[in-house]
Write a protein that binds this ligand. Sequence first.
Ligand SMILES: Cc1cc2nc3c(=O)[nH]c(=O)nc-3n(C[C@H](O)[C@H](O)[C@H](O)COP(=O)(O)O)c2cc1C
Length: 375
Amino acid sequence: MCRADDWPGPERALALSLSSCLARTFSRFENAVALAAQTLKIQAGVPALVLAPMEGVTDASMRALLSEVGGFTFCVAEFLRISQEAPGASVFLRHVPELAEGGRTSAGLPVQVQLLGGDPDKLARGAAVAIRAGARAVDLNFGCPARTVNRHDGGATLLKYPERIGAIVAAVRAAVPAPYPVSAKLRLGWDDMEAIHVNAERAVAGGASWLTIHARTKMQGYRPPAYWKPIGQVRRRQGVPVVANGEIWSLDDLRRCRDETGCQHFMLGRGALANPALARAAAHELGMSAGGADPSLGAAAWQTLILRLVTISTARGFPPRCIVGRIKQWLRLAHGAGTLPWFDAIKAETELGPLLRRLRALAAAEPRQALDPVA
Ligand SMILES: Cc1cc2nc3c(=O)[nH]c(=O)nc-3n(C[C@H](O)[C@H](O)[C@H](O)COP(=O)(O)O)c2cc1C
């Protein structure tokens, strides 16, 4: 784990002095009011926006940042693999530190714990520990395409065995107290998009409170396009809410996904990293909040966001080299959408100070970019 004691230095001072920018930029008070009403569940008839789990990127610092920006109903933490005996509560608290704070980010956004594995009993025991550690909902990962994960009987591998999906959901459901939701996150299949129907049916029969469906098979990886239509078919056939996920990068994508699926519930992944203000605009589009255009953020707004991430990560004890790694991982994914023309100018930086100075210069060269992109 990449942790260290607090670090001094001019970068830190710069980051701290600018930490209030984000509050001005994204109107923290307005978000706080909205967040107070957030609950960790998906309900028929109530639109919702979920921040996708993205291992290595949406850690607690990123979840804190994006919840300050606003728009989301809740977020899902990256998967915790349950391969041997159930981990102790301390493992959950390290993996999802928000559990020690009522299961919410510092800005109040609820956080759902996600488990990954192939053994129903171990997962059930893991889920029970998660609840004791403070989790208020558990999600089960049936979509991870990583080779090592799949080789060890986890993630998307389970999509080949509908009966095992049903058994896992049923075992976890039985281990988690009734008021707390248990959900399942599926891809369309391993290599066959039709598999979603039987897998969804088994997950619902096992007691899943809702399904999140990433609109691609494991073999389709993360390559566009996403195939949203089957999500709509599952939504119409199954009696539980369905969260549509995959390739939502803009409001236009959201509208097309809504038209194709009939869903009111959406999960945003890379699109929220490429445009951290997308969720606010999407929440407005779904009638969840007042205000919010579809802004494209300039270097100045990005500088504000990055400085805020530095402040949050520093307060959590991460050293500069680790923070630089996280920032670049984030920007690399964000740049996948081609929206960061300035990324090339900073991607070679390996030290936090020079990276922040370069960002500041880029932002200064772009005075027309207001610091209030969502006004
Ligand atoms: C870097 C990265 C890490 C991911 N980690 C997880 C994870 O821990 N658990 C999970 O269920 N999905 C994970 N996913 C999948 C996303 O949650 C989401 O389903 C996928 O990115 C499709 O949504 P998008 O097109 O909006 O990005 C990950 C995706 C990426 C790109």
